[in-house]
Structure formats: structure tokens, C-alpha cells
Design a binder for this molecule. Structure first.
Ligand code: PEP
Ligand code: MN
Length: 356
């Protein structure tokens, strides 16, 4: 829909717009109002170049697109009935809990093995462990490929599927070759379109591999977030979980600005499950449980929580934000309880809506 700056376009201006849209297979339908006209674009209006050319005209205020820019991840797409599985959990049918260390310490693998057993005991369904780390400070520990063996050994010992962040194609292929079940795209890389494309291509023929796609560090639009998922899905594997993890600038006192409240908005636009990361949202262990429960109340399908058997001995974010196993266990218990009552309440409301 073209919204002009002026009440009505002159015949010459209308003609100029028609000449822009015709090569893209579209036509213009004026909608005549008493005070002003607006102009509908009839046809596939998703071509960015066409929209940019119209928005570049000095007498056009803006173009409002009626079609979604993401074909596959759109809630109305035929993929909406796609059920994503992580290990034994089908998203939407059971709350998914991913938990584990921010960073695996290659010098002290036993901590990770103990954490892996502890998170399983606490009720987690999947194990996270940072092998390669995106660190703001270039002089801090950047991760180590050796940790990949530790991650896979923890998988063998516990049976939990494992999640690890990859930041480039080399790491992507190492992780896939090792058998990592869930590839994490971090907040610093979720708009790295070459990486998203590489991941999409690499997992196209691996339907059991999932992607945990974090929301960009700097508050981006929801369309930007969902479109990043579309980049991966376009290659054929749409098993992507959207992960709000707090955005910058931070809310005073927290590590980031918690953004679990975007979940209902995401769900209006996309069928993709939402797995909130409360750990990076708030950045301090004391605040994590409340943020986790708020996320469930807002409609999250899962949580990704940093946990460590002995946070003080951890590296990376663990000393600050990892939950101890007992706090993790009580958070998971409360989260599952809340998830079940939210689900029951939603089903009741849906039945009532359908009756009216
Ligand atoms: C992490 O999960 O440890 C991490 C670095 O996350 P993010 O990309 O959200 O900062
Ligand atoms: Mn971390």
C-alpha cells in the first residue's frame, strides 16, 4: 500500500509509479477516499528493489507491505504444522529446557561432566556447552576446539542432545562432523548472512539438526529476527528455535534489556518455537529464575539457562550468571508447573473463543 505525502497523486506521478511496478509484474489500484487517496500494489510486492524505488520518490511517504517478507517462517505458511523435536521433546507439546555451562573449560573437563549429570538430574532435556566463545575482550579465553570432544563425551555419558555456538564455517563443519545436535547462532552473529546461509546449506540434508538462533544484541525489529531464520530455512531445514536473550542498551542493573515480552508478538508472525535465554538477559544468577518464569508466562516454548556445578570455578559467564544445580532444579520445576497451567488456560480460552 503506497501512502503518498500529498492527498492525491497527479496523473504523471501515478504514471511514474506504474512504470516502476510493471516490470515486477505488479499493477496499481487507487483507493479513492474523500480526503485522500492511497494506492494498493496488486501482485507480489515482496521485491525490495521495487519498494525502494517507490519509497525513493519525493512525493511518497512510505510503502506498507501487506505480504510477509518471510515465506517459510510465516505463521500462515504450510510449515506451520511442522513439529520440531529436540531429543525426546516435541516443541509445543512439552517445555524444552536446555541447560549447561556458558563455557567448557578444556583444562577441567570434569566440571563439565559433573554439570552435565547435574542438569539432567535437575530436569533439563538438552545440554549446552560453549566450545568457541564470542568474547568482547580479544585478550580473554576464546574457546578451544578440544572442548568439542568434552561436549560429545558428556553427550555419550548422559544421553542428552548437545547445543554449541558456531561462529564460522570451519567451526560449523567441526561441530557437525562431531555430531552436535543443535547449532547455536549467537547474538553477535545472528545477522551474519553468510554464516546463516552456510548453516542452512550444511543442515539441509540433516533434518535431525536444529538451530538455536539468538536475537541480535542490538534491538532489531521482529521482522529482522524472523528473516534471519528464513535465511536458514530457505535451504530446506526449517528446524529453527528463536531465542530472545536480551538486547542492548541494558536496563540499569541488568546485563541486557530483557526481551521475553516479545514472545506473543513473535508468535503472531511466525510458527517457530520461542526458547528464551534468561541468563544473558539479566546476567546475574540471582535474577535468572524470575526472568525464566516471566518468559514462560509470556508464552515461551522453552528456556536456555546457564548452569554449573560450581559457578565460582567456572570460566566465561559462569561465575556471574550460572545457576547452581539446586536452583536450576527448582526453577525447572516451577517453569514446568507454570507452562502446564498456561497451556491449560490457553486451551480453555481457545474453546471459549471458538464458541462465540
Ligand atoms: C552464550 O550463549 O554463551 C552466548 C555467548 O550467548 P549470546 O550470543 O546470546 O551472547
Ligand atoms: Mn554465556
Amino acid at each position: 500500500m503506497i501512502i503518498p505525502k500529498i492527498p492525491r497523486l497527479s496523473p504523471e506521478q501515478l504514471d511514474e509509479i506504474i512504470r516502476i511496478v510493471e516490470p515486477f509484474g505488479c499493477r496499481i489500484q487507487p483507493i479513492i477516499g474523500d480526503v485522500r487517496n492511497i494506492y494498493a500494489i496488486v501482485g507480489d510486492e515482496r521485491d525490495e528493489l521495487m519498494i525502494n524505488r517507490i519509497e525513493g520518490l519525493p512525493y511518497v511517504e512510505r510503502v506498507e507491505k501487506m505480504q510477509s517478507p518471510f515465506k517459510l517462517m510465516d505463521r500462515r505458511s504450510s510449515l506451520a504444522s511442522n513439529h520440531i523435536k529436540v531429543g525426546s521433546v516435541t516443541l509445543g507439546q512439552e517445555l524444552l529446557i536446555i541447560a549447561g555451562q556458558c563455557t567448557i573449560d578444556p583444562k577441567n573437563p570434569n566440571y563439565f561432566y559433573e554439570t552435565a549429570h547435574a542438569v539432567k538430574e535437575a530436569g533439563a532435556n538438552a545440554l549446552r556447552g560453549g566450545v568457541w566463545k564470542p568474547r568482547t575482550n580479544p585478550y580473554t579465553f576464546q574457546g578451544d576446539s578440544k572442548s568439542l570432544d568434552i561436549l560429545m563425551e558428556a553427550h555419550r555419558r548422559t544421553g542428552l542432545p548437545v547445543d554449541a555456538e558456531v561462529m564460522d564455517e570451519h567451526q560449523l563443519h567441526l561441530a557437525l562432523d562431531a555430531g552436535v545436535h543443535m547449532l547455536q547462532v549467537g547474538a553477535r552473529n545472528s545477522l551474519n548472512y553468510s554464516l546463516l546461509r552456510a548453516i542452512g546449506a550444511a543442515i539441509a540434508t540433516r533434518p535431525a539438526t536444529n538451530v538455536l538462533l539468538k536475537r541480535g544484541l542490538h534491538m532489531g525489529t521482529l521482522n529482522e529476527f524472523i528473516s534471519a531464520a528464513e535465511y536458514i530455512a530457505a535451504f530446506g531445514n526449517p528446524n529453527i528455535l528463536l531465542c530472545p536473550r536480551g538486547t542492548a542498551p541494558a536496563l540499569d542493573g541488568y546485563r541486557n534489556h530483557p526481551d521475553e515480552s516479545i514472545t506473543p508478538l513473535l508468535k503472531e508472525k511466525t510458527w517457530a518455537p520461542v526458547v528464551v535465554d534468561p541468563s544473558h538477559s539479566v546476567g546475574k544468577a540471582d535474577y535468572v529464575p524470575a526472568c525464566a518464569l516471566a518468559a514462560i508466562a509470556y508464552g515461551a516454548d522453552g528456556l536456555c539457562i546457564e548452569a554449573h556445578v560450581s559457578p565460582a570455578q567456572g570460566i566465561g559467564d559462569d561465575p556471574k550468571q550460572a545457576l547452581t544445580p539446586d536452583i536450576l532444579a527448582s526453577t525447572i520445576k516451577q517453569a514446568r508447573h507454570l507452562w502446564a497451567s498456561r497451556r491449560a488456560a490457553t486451551a480453555k480460552m481457545d474453546t471459549a473463543k471458538n464458541k462465540t
